[in-house]
Design a protein around this ligand. Sequence first.
Ligand code: ZN
Length: 145
Amino acid sequence: MLDNLYRQVVMDHAKYKRNYGELSGQSDIYKIHYKNPTCGDVMVLYIRIGTEKIEDLSFEGEGCSISMASCSMMTDLLKNRTVKECVNKREAFERLIREGELDDEDDLGDAASLQGVHNLPARHNCALMPWQALDKWLEEHRNGG
Ligand code: ZN
């Protein structure tokens, strides 16, 4: 399983979810539903975008510890990031999970502690869930939606 030290960080995020709950406010808020059929994890990702950056993001959902920790970590990591930075982080995180590789400049914050999931192929989709939700939003956003 996951290395002890990393597991502590993961369990902490799974138990004390950061940025949990629906985003409220009068400005445009994107709401993206996502489901991981391989494990039954479900989530809704909320994103509020400013002129240049993601101003705020949050999530609601239910699922295994890995999926919920990953949601918590991703929403922490992407606050005040530009779309381009989000794309870069997304690529770095997928490489971490699929290949087990992490470069120093990737700077994934607590999300880097999910590296051990690389050795658990059945759980890759759990760790990637919030990032796949982000992907849906990125695709729409690129198309001006
Ligand atoms: Zn799961």
